[in-house]
Design a protein around this ligand. Structure first.
Ligand code: NAD
Ligand code: UDP
Length: 341
């Protein structure tokens, strides 16, 4: 029988790519999203690309009763929980909203799942839970901490999941700690569509390249890194999505909480990214060096060995593909998702 997966936040950037790969792998997909940071057009395009149907519910996960009704309509094999707010700066301005949305939503979801005896759960965590790591590469057993309210929501949710798994041994939970997701589907039809000024490096660079913004501000060139700029582990969103498909395929073999880094294991600096993007897009990317961004760390990259061992997953797409696919999406959709014709 076809397994049905509930994808929360499935209209968003990583969620939409994961829905596509889930459909291609033969799963049935139901999405719950309040569309606070996304457009239904992403899922329409996934349907077009796969020629398959996605059942969509416009529901806010903080609304317990509406979420319960979704579970009345379906029996899910497992839940992939992407939904959440993710802007670090905003989280420091309105922390209560972040705690209510991210943690409140997750508690509702876990309660509804428990009530429906659905106990397989894949969670979008983040490398941000490593805080300022003592060294790189980072393995899953590094100490965790948080430097901002967004990061704390991820850290608290991880702790809540560990508590729940201790209280009820039937839960099978996979915590996926993403490093820096970038890129887009090869078709150029779905990709990242940030609202307003992008916080993240890659969408900012691509908006400069396409002429939507004048220049990139490089946040500091005095870090203790080879060229002085920040180093991160950028991972193609399709590789990331593939790890979610493998997680739901293998989740029955896991007990309790399984924590996995999702990264490539390679660090790339801001200036290396600018140069590589200019080469890949054949556009120039103007930039200026400005002060460090508060809370930023010098370098962060993964040791991804455990994901290979446990999930049989490793990142296959390199920097060139990340840039080529970002650029195809950005140049085909300079305004992001617009309503379909
Ligand atoms: P996104 O904003 O594109 O997707 C999140 C989706 O959740 C959006 O469609 C939004 O409308 C929805 N949503 C938010 N709050 C909701 C609520 N209360 N009820 C229902 N829907 C809600 O973000 P993304 O980049 O696809 O990230 C997905 C997940 O991965 C998030 O949990 C994020 O914190 C995590 N993550 C992202 C990154 C990154 O750099 N993109 C890195 C690490 C972890
Ligand atoms: N960065 C930058 N200018 C920007 C956005 C980001 O110089 O407009 C730098 C940032 O300081 C970090 C790297 O790019 O070194 C990645 O930043 P991003 O916000 O994408 O990811 P995170 O810092 O959360 O890992």
């Amino acid at each position: 029988m076809t397994k049905k997966i509930l994808v929360t936040g499935g209209a968003g950037y990583i969620g939409s790519h994961t829905c596509l790969l889930l459909l291609e792998a033969g799963f049935e997909v139901v999405v719950v999203d309040n569309l606070c940071n996304s457009s239904l057009e992403s899922l329409r395009r996934v349907e077009k690309l796969t020629n398959q149907f996605i059942r969509f519910y416009k529901v806010d996960l903080t609304d317990f009763d509406s979420l319960s009704k979704v579970f009345d309509d379906h029996t899910f094999h497992s839940v992939i929980h992407f939904a959440g707010l993710k802007a670090v700066g905003e989280s420091a301005e309105i922390p209560l909203h972040y705690y209510e949305q991210n943690i409140g939503s997750t508690i509702n979801l876990l309660k509804v799942m428990q009530a429906n005896n659905c106990k397989r759960f894949v969670f979008s965590s983040s490398a941000t839970v490593y805080g300022d790591p003592a060294s790189v590469p980072i393995t899953e057993d590094f100490p965790i901490s948080a430097t901002n309210p967004y990061g704390r929501t991820k850290l608290f949710i991880e702790e809540i999941l560990r508590d729940q798994s201790k209280a009820d041994k039937d839960w099978q939970i996979v915590l996926l700690r993403y490093f820096n997701p970038v890129g887009a589907h090869k078709s150029g039809m779905i990709g990242e569509d940030p609202q307003g000024i992008p916080n993240n490096l890659m969408p900012f660079i691509s908006q400069v390249a396409v002429g939507k913004r004048d220049k990139l501000s490089v946040f500091g060139d005095d870090y203790d890194t080879p060229d002085g700029t920040g180093v991160r582990d950028y991972i193609h969103v399709l590789d990331l999505a593939d790890a979610h498909v493998k997680s739901v395929q293998k989740i029955d073999q896991f007990r309790g909480v399984t924590t996995l880094n999702l990264g490539t294991g390679k660090g790339v600096s801001v200036l290396e990214m600018v140069k590589a993007f200019e080469k890949g897009s054949r556009k120039s990317v103007a930039y200026q060096i400005v002060d460090r961004r508060p809370g930023d760390i010098a370098e962060c990259w993964a040791d991804p060995a455990k994901a290979l061992e446990v999930l049989g997953w490793n990142a296959k797409l390199g920097l060139e593909a990340m840039i080529e696919d970002t650029w195809r999406w950005q140049s085909n959709n300079p305004l992001g998702y617009e309503p379909s014709e």
